[in-house]
Design a protein around this ligand. Sequence first.
Ligand SMILES: NC(=O)C[C@H](N)C(=O)O
Length: 337
Amino acid sequence: MGRIVLLATGGTIASRTSAQGRRVSVGAAELLRSALEVDGLGATVVETRDVSATAGFAVDVPGALALVRTVRAAVNEADGVVVTHGTDTLEEVAFLLALAHAGRAPVVVTGAQRPFDDPAPDGPRNLSAALRWAASPASAGSGVMIAFADAILPAIGVRKTHALALDAFSAPDRGPSGHVDEAGVRHHHFASPPGPLLTSDLVDLPRVEVVAQYLGCDGSQVGRAVQAGARGLVVAAFGAGNATPGTVRACLQALETGTPVIVAGRTGAGAVTGLYAGGGADLAEAGAIFAGDLSPWQARLLLAVALAPEPETPDVEAVAWRCRTWLRAAGAIAAED
Ligand SMILES: NC(=O)C[C@H](N)C(=O)O
C-alpha cells in the first residue's frame, strides 16, 4: 500500500471567483476530494497538508525555498509527493525542486488554468493525474514532473506556453514522459534525474538578473544590473544564443570583473550554443555558460544556486563548472561541452 503526501500551496487550482478577482480559498483536503471524484487511487493513502495559500505570481524566492525544504522532508516519509501550485511560476518552482531532488520518490507538481468553482474546472483532473503518477510504482526514480492536461512533463526544460488554454505547459525539447488518462498511467521515457545541486537548506538565493535581448538594445542593462547588486546575469538571447554588440561587450566586461553570465534562449524552444562571430561565439569564448534548452527563468535559478556557495566574490570558473556539470547530467548540454 503506497503513501502519498499532498502539499497544497494555492494557485488557480485552489481559487474561487469573487467580485475582486480570483482568490485562493480551497484547502488540500477539498482538492483531494475533487480529484478522487475523477478517479480512485485504490489502496494508496494520501495525507494532505496546507503549506500556503498564495497565487503563483506572488511566490517569492524564500517562499519557494521553504517549499523545497518541505518537499525534502516529505519525500523521506512517503512513496511520492504531489504539490499543487499556481501556474504563473510553476515552471520555476518545479525546476528549483528538480535542482534539489533526485531520490526514488516521484515528486509531481500540478495546477489548473480554471478556478475550483468554474463550471468545467481542469484542476480535479490534473490533480488526479498527478496523484496517479505519484502512486504508480513504475514512476520511482522519475524525479520531478509536471502533470497537466493528461501529460506528464519533465520539470527540467518545461515552460508555460499558453496564457489560458488547458494544455498550458510544454517541454519542447523533451516531450511528455508519460500520459495519465482513461487508458491508465503510461510511462514513455524518462532520464534519471541529475544529482542535486541544491543540497543545503538555503533560505534565499544570490541576486541574478535577466538581461532581455531586443532589437538594438545597447547593453546598458548589464551595467545597471551589476550596479544594483546582481552577482550573476542571464542573457535572454536571440535565436541560437546571440546578443547585440553592446550586450556582448558589456557581458565580456562583466565576466572579466567576476560576474558569471549564463545564456538562455528567448525563442521558447531549442538549445542555445555559441555559433556566431560577434554574438554567441564571443560570449562562449569569454567563458559564458550556455544553458541548453532551459528557459531564461530556469537558467536564472540554476546560476543563483551555483553562486550560493560564494555569493560575494564568485569564482567565475567554479560557478561555470558547477552549472555545466549539472547541465550535462540533465541532458541540457552535450557530454563534451
Ligand atoms: N493558472 C494559475 O494558476 C495562474 C494564477 N495566476 C497563479 O499562478 O496562481
